[in-house]
Design a protein around this ligand. Structure first.
Ligand code: DX5
Ligand code: ZN
Length: 219
């Protein structure tokens, strides 16, 4: 089995020292940089946009995992490809034509991700799972870092893993929100492949060691 990927979310970084924090992730054992883009419409918060991502990209040495929390994401697929995204995730709840969006993301050379809110059922992915490279399972309501993990997520991970196996899909399962050293192992045991961690990493005394700790726990 391949190793669990750790994707620190830069939403929790110090925006006054963004280059320093991106370089910390470069030097750590993390696998991806998780980038949260919020538009203040799909979610009740605005994070950062293209000019900031352009600067993150300048310093980042690991793949950019871009999580779009915006309405009508099709408008910006090309833009995020140009900004260097390796994985581009759109929200299930924000797409009228999810299959078309997935094809458009792949046509730009990126891996296609679908993020789903805590209230959205896994069963809604039955007909698209083979077209999805990464399912980003939200374990908090999207919009803010530092929220508490929703316990129902474990059941969703197991159900999603079953769906992926039954359909013989190659989809990876990513967990986003409230991930800590307390739930990381159980999430991987349930079937998670990628763990996003914002506050747990950046608000810790030694983020490099915290990333290492997550790596060690998850094997
Ligand atoms: C929430 C974002 C998450 C967030 C996770 O809407 O999608 O990526 O940064 O932050 P923590 O790990 O603090 O819950
Ligand atoms: Zn995210």
């Amino acid at each position: 089995m391949t190793k669990t990927k750790i994707a620190p979310s830069l939403l929790a970084a110090d925006f006054g020292n963004l280059q320093r924090d991106v370089e910390m992730v470069n030097q750590s054992e993390a696998d991806w940089h998780h980038i949260d883009i919020m538009d203040g419409v799909f979610v009740p918060n605005i994070s950062y946009g293209m000019p900031v991502l352009k600067n993150i990209q300048k310093h980042a040495t690991k793949p950019l995992d871009v999580h779009l929390m915006i309405v009508d994401p099709d408008r910006y697929i090309k833009t995020f490809a140009e900004l260097g995204a390796s994985v581009l995730s759109v929200h299930y709840e924000a797409c009228n034509h999810l299959h078309r969006s997935l094809q458009a993301i792949k046509a730009e050379g990126m891996k296609a991700g679908v993020a789903i809110n805590p209230h959205t059922s896994i069963s809604l992915l039955e007909d698209t799972i083979k077209d999805i490279d990464v399912v980003c399972l939200m374990s908090v309501n999207p919009g803010f870092g530092g929220q508490s993990f929703i316990e129902n997520t474990y059941e969703k991970v197991r159900y999603l893993k079953e769906l992926i196996d039954n359909k013989r899909a190659k989809t990876l399962i990513e967990i986003d929100g409230g991930v800590t050293s307390k739930n990381a192992k159980a999430l991987v045991d349930a079937g998670a492949d990628i763990l996003v961690a914002g506050s747990f990493v950046f608000k810790s005394d030694n983020p490099i060691e915290t990333i290492q700790e997550l790596k060690n726990i998850t094997g």
